[in-house]
Design a protein around this ligand. Structure first.
Ligand code: DAH
Length: 385
């Protein structure tokens, strides 16, 4: 979530069996999903009992179960291929919102995207009649590359619906009543996960809630954003056939919290099969700290070119990811200048290559870097320097 805050029919197929061929028709020009991204569909890290993301998911379930036994329904198998309508329209994301751009979101075709948030399922679940639910899934965003950003990550969405008599009996307005319940509930969740920590609420903006808040906790010497939430826009409830109800909703990123809770330094570790990582975690244990194993050495390569008007860092990162896969650790803009005479702008990016599993050879990195250079010139139509 490095760029400004981004906000997210039926599913096309079951997650387990999705392949690129199932979802992309021929070479649809509106498809910007690379094979590297397609290969992540159906992996479902959040289903593996001893994986930190699943341990965290279960710990959140446990909290809600303790607070309101038997109330919250859990969903974690909704396929990530959703309609533009579900991802954006139904949660009231404005037509011109940046998150809808091809630069930020993976489009399978004009009407279909890889969900960029689990909020994509809010309307569907409300329409199906669910009033209390927690929905977990993999979400996809085009973004920069570094230790805390990966194009696929996991979110959990929570929704609780209230009916008229609840706030009337309490003698409060619907918004006050729901806001109070929401804040108490989420403060309890933060304590359940992080212990007795200092917290603060910040006002913010989401298209799907009003008022909207962020919860931050003071942990390891820093204020950390834990989740976004708010009182659901009434329009969403009206559109799903529930005009008299009110609701709250929240969304949280599992990697973000798991990295802090378990001391995991690099977001790519979640994807590794290296036993030195996977064997450090076991179901039900939230309090274990990751013990780093020695890292293999990095290899740095710079690439410089004259950009054009269409150039974006996300497109470049996507291209690098396409050639290097998980061997790319970071892409960093290290130099940028404009030639006063020609008006042309030059960018220099430093690419850090490193494997989580082995030492890389010079030859293989040179070969990847050469491909990156070729593709950058031919696909992004920039002039290499
Ligand atoms: N969808 C938001 C995001 O991805 C997170 C979020 C914020 C979800 C507020 C919510 C909410 O349901 O009420 O950044």
């Amino acid at each position: 979530m490095r760029t400004t805050r981004r906000f997210h029919i039926s599913a096309v197929a079951q997650t387990q069996s999705l392949t690129k061929e199932d979802v992309v028709k021929e070479d649809d020009p509106s498809n910007n999903v690379s094979d590297a991204i397609f290969s992540k569909l159906g992996i479902n890290l959040h289903h593996r009992p001893n994986h930190p993301l699943c341990i965290l998911k279960e710990a959140i379930y446990e909290y809600f179960e303790g607070r309101e036994p038997g109330k919250f329904q859990k969903f974690d198998k909704e396929p990530p291929v959703v309609t533009v309508k579900a991802n954006f329209d139904e949660v009231l994301v404005p037509a011109n919102h940046i998150s809808r751009s091809y630069n930020d979101t993976y489009y399978v075709n004009k009407e279909t995207v890889l969900r960029c948030h689990t909020s994509a399922h809010q309307a569907q679940k409300l329409r199906e009649g669910h009033s209390h639910f927690l929905l977990t899934g993999d979400v996809y965003r085009r973004d920069a590359i570094d230790a805390t950003h990966y194009p696929v990550f996991h979110q959990m969405e929570g929704v609780k619906v209230f009916s008229n008599d609840e706030w009337v009996d309490a003698g409060l307005s619907s918004v006050n009543y729901i806001e109070k319940d929401l804040k108490e509930c989420l403060e309890g969740l933060a304590r359940h996960l992080f212990g007795d920590v200092q917290m603060r609420w910040c006002d913010c903006y989401f298209p799907f809630t009003d008022p909207s808040f962020e919860l931050e906790i003071f942990f390891n010497g820093k204020w950390l954003e834990v989740l976004g939430c708010g009182v659901m826009e009434r329009q969403i409830l009206r559109n799903t056939g529930r005009p008299d109800d009110r609701a709250w909703a929240f969304g949280l990123g599992l990697e973000r919290l798991a990295m802090v809770l378990f001391d995991i330094p690099d977001i790519r570790l979640f994807w590794t099969d290296d036993k030195r990582f996977t064997e450090q975690f076991s179901a039900g244990e939230l309090r274990q700290k990751f013990k780093p194993f020695s890292k293999y050495p990095p290899c740095y390569k710079d690439i410089a070119f004259w950009v054009n008007d269409h150039f974006t860092e996300n497109n470049f990162c996507e291209l690098v990811r396409g050639e290097a896969g998980d061997l790319v650790e970071e892409v960093q803009l290290i130099d940028e200048f404009t030639n006063k005479k020609t008006g042309r702008t030059s960018n220099c990016f430093r690419i850090t290559y490193r494997s989580m599993e082995r030492s890389l050879t010079n030859e293989e990195i040179d070969a990847i870097q050469e491909k990156v250079r070729e593709q950058t010139a031919s696909k992004l139509k920039v002039e290499l320097r």
